[in-house]
Design a binder for this molecule. Structure first.
Ligand SMILES: *Cc1c(COP(=O)(O)O)cnc(C)c1O
Length: 452
């Protein structure tokens, strides 16, 4: 299997090459040259546990990694999940299920991809007798999940920049209490944008980047998207056959990476009826699916912070298919977006997608009513997925984070303080962070001194 770029100016890459570089050199995102059809395998896959299903699936894509090695990588990636089912599917009513994706080490769905990506990075490094320094800026869950994906792995170091005092206390603990020698939590004086600007400058220095084998943490890595396909399949296979054609996955969405992964299964022949893109008040995608205009807005901080985005970077992958797999049209649209902050897709077909929008004023009420009606406590991101139910569908709402990560909102909404033993244990550990100015030269010096 070979991987091509949405912008068409990159030679085809192998799986390992595409994973190692992340973003394609022409600025585009990697996609398989051709999707395998998996329909004939589905019956046999019904019996598999989560990690075995993941292996069977990834085997079709990671064709340049020997199978025995891949199997070990995949099995190792799901050992740190606290629920034996990894992604338990809970039935709330005849037409409503919740797929719990928060039983990984950082209690949000990003662990599904970043545990695997961490193991892939470390495997690929070992193969080439190289080391890797991973660098990212985060305002939310990604930094913690990246850290826990690489925790203590030999020949790797991970540096996460975040705005000092502007992430939640629990989020900071997830990054700064890891107690691993290869993890560096860098608290920046300044805003998230200052951290991003410094990061961009560092990655722009090609010599430094090469010399330190620097890799970015972001949501566009091909391996992340593929790893996320698996839980959709796992849930779909558990729904009684007669109901499968009515399934609608409801996905709390920010960067579009999660919901895109589900949709890719339709390209492999899995008959999934529809997807609902559930946004918070930062609603670029809601507007897109309702008007055909993709237009950047001002980010407003919300109660569902991991969905506070301006640009849904993975949307480019859907755009590629919607524009007839024509990289010239994709490049043109993305250039227009870069210059004008918007583009219009007059013929844009929402197709399998619909969208909903949930404001901060609605989130606590939804949390309360789900608790009252079903006895289930959901987090503010998941709450956006409960905004509306499409009549006639069997909804599977993806629960993207544990309520224990957002105790204040949950307490206000329900009067209950959600707790998780992982987070309670973190409260007993010292915070180990480095204060640093958001200055590229200073951060580079830090990486030079502490990197591998
Ligand atoms: C990252 C995140 C999202 C958004 O996922 P995308 O792949 O960016 O659409 C939703 N909920 C939680 C809890 C997250 O951490």
């Amino acid at each position: 299997m070979r991987y091509i770029s949405t912008r068409g100016k990159t030679a085809a890459h192998s799986f390992s090459e595409a994973v190692a570089v992340g973003l394609a050199p022409d600025g585009g995102l990697f996609l398989p040259e051709k999707f395998p059809t998996i329909t004939t395998k589905l019956v046999a896959w019904e019996k598999l546990g989560y990690a075995d299903l993941c292996f069977e699936f990834m085997k079709l894509f990671a064709t340049d990694i020997p199978e025995a090695d891949l199997k070990q990588i995949v099995l190792d990636s799901y050992v740190h999940f606290s629920d034996p089912k990894i992604a338990p599917l809970k039935k709330l009513s005849k037409d409503l299920y919740v797929l719990e994706l928060f039983h990984g080490p950082t209690l949000a769905f990003k662990d599904f991809a970043l545990q695997l990506l961490g193991n892939l990075y470390s495997y690929l490094c070992a193969q080439k007798s190289e080391s890797i320094n991973v660098l990212g800026a985060t305002s939310g869950d990604t930094g913690a999940a990246a850290i826990h994906g690489l925790l203590g792995k030999p020949n790797t170091a991970v540096f996460i920049l975040y705005p000092n005092g502007r992430v939640s206390a629990l989020q900071e603990r997830q990054m700064a209490c890891s107690q691993a020698a290869n993890v560096f939590a860098l608290a920046i004086d300044g805003s998230f944008d200052d951290a991003q600007a410094a990061l961009k400058e560092i990655f722009g220095d090609q010599d430094f980047r090469k010399k330190h084998r620097l890799s970015a943490v972001n949501s566009i890595n091909l391996a992340r998207v593929l790893a996320q396909c698996v839980y959709y399949l796992y849930a779909w296979l558990q729904i009684p056959e007669q109901d499968r054609s009515r399934i609608e996955f409801v996905v709390p969405t920010g960067n579009f990476g999660n919901v895109l992964a589900g949709w890719l299964l339709t390209q492999m022949g899995v008959p999934i009826g529809s997807f609902k893109v559930a946004t918070n008040q930062n609603d670029i995608l809601y507007r897109l699916f309702n008007t055909g205009e993709y237009k950047v807005g001002q980010v407003e901080p919300s109660l569902a912070p991991s969905m506070d985005i301006q640009v849904a970077s993975n949307f480019e992958r859907l755009l590629y298919y919607r524009l007839g797999c024509d990289p010239i049209q994709v490049s043109r649209a993305m250039d227009e977006f870069k210059h004008n902050g918007s583009f219009i897709l007059p013929e844009f077909k929402a197709g399998e997608f619909s969208a909903s929008r949930c404001t901060d004023s609605e989130i606590p009420g939804i949390i309360k009513s789900v608790y009252t009606q079903y006895g289930m406590v959901i987090d503010p991101h998941t709450a956006c997925g409960f905004k509306e139910h499409t009549v006639g569908k069997v909804s599977i709402v993806l629960a993207t984070a544990s309520p224990a990560k957002f105790p204040d909102t949950i307490q206000t909404a329900t009067g209950i303080e959600p707790k998780d033993p992982t987070l309670e244990a973190l409260k007993l550990r010292p915070i180990v962070k480095t204060h640093i100015t958001a200055n590229a030269a200073l951060i580079k010096a830090f990486i030079t001194k502490n990197g591998v």
